[in-house]
Design a protein around this ligand. Sequence first.
Ligand code: PEP
Ligand code: MN
Length: 338
Amino acid sequence: MIVVMQKGATADQIQHMVGRVEALGLKSHVIYGTERTVIAAIGEKREQTKESLESGPGVAEVVPILAPYKVASREVKPEPTIVNTGSLTLGGGRFGVIAGPCSVENEEQIVDVARAVKAAGATGLRCGAFKPRTSPYSFQGHKELGLKMLATARDETGLAIVTEVMSPEDVSLVAKYADVLQIGARNMQNYRLLEAVGNAPAAVLLKRGPCATMDELLLAAEYILNEGNARVILCERGIRTFEAHTRFTLPLASVPYLRHRTHLPIVVDPSHGTGHTYLVPDMAAASVASGADGLIIEVHPTPETAMSDGYQCLNYAQFQATMDVCQRVAAAVGKIWA
Ligand code: PEP
Ligand code: MN
């Protein structure tokens, strides 16, 4: 349920209602909007709960939340959430680009890529130090050593670092170096991991699982929000279908769909979404046109020598050309490149 406070409700009245919600055995999330303050009351509803909350001081109305996800829903928070961390700002009309290699390979490589993508317009640096690979025999990432190299790249360029964390035990280590913790597609429904990043000091980029529905994605986001971390970014990265011409199928209708259902910022990954370098520039531009708040794109100085995902990476010139087009599309749809 949502307890909608009257315009001009006092801090004491809001606090009082938080106490009433919790006394009823419900969890409270206070959301301060520009128009009104609401308290989301989450948990099992008992009889008379609505009536009892409605009589509270400063309360305008108490309404049910129809969506299965609660804190993530637009019903609870109509205003867009803007996630800002370091150089990266996404949401509420601000557009960001997170670019970089699939994996950290060595310090020279990551610093060079960070400089190149920043010069071309990127506002964040992506790169994996812990790599989820389909085969146990593939390169698994440089782990903490890779995180240290990412920290050097941030020191050199000021770009916010987006990097994956694969298990709850590693969250505090990765959060020491990362501005944004990436939850990979394979881990979207690892609920203990979602709870762990929900308690971390960093923002979270949650990738859609290849077989996950929109409701499942939003319920996964709800796990993070429910722990108190409000800085969640959703990522459409393609789903598995019968189509074999591309690595995954990139359904861009999910962007406006999510925009209607949630206040959280949405980024698109056209690299994993298509799996082919030559398809990335057009799908990046289409993602901006679809209303996305940002992009996450794989870029490598020499894609043919990349230790992972080289076949879908852009080289520097391709990334620069893609950014030139995307900047024009972003301006046309009224986005500010932050
Ligand atoms: C990645 O971003 O390199 C990655 C492994 O992505 P996903 O989890 O979407 O497959
Ligand atoms: Mn990759």
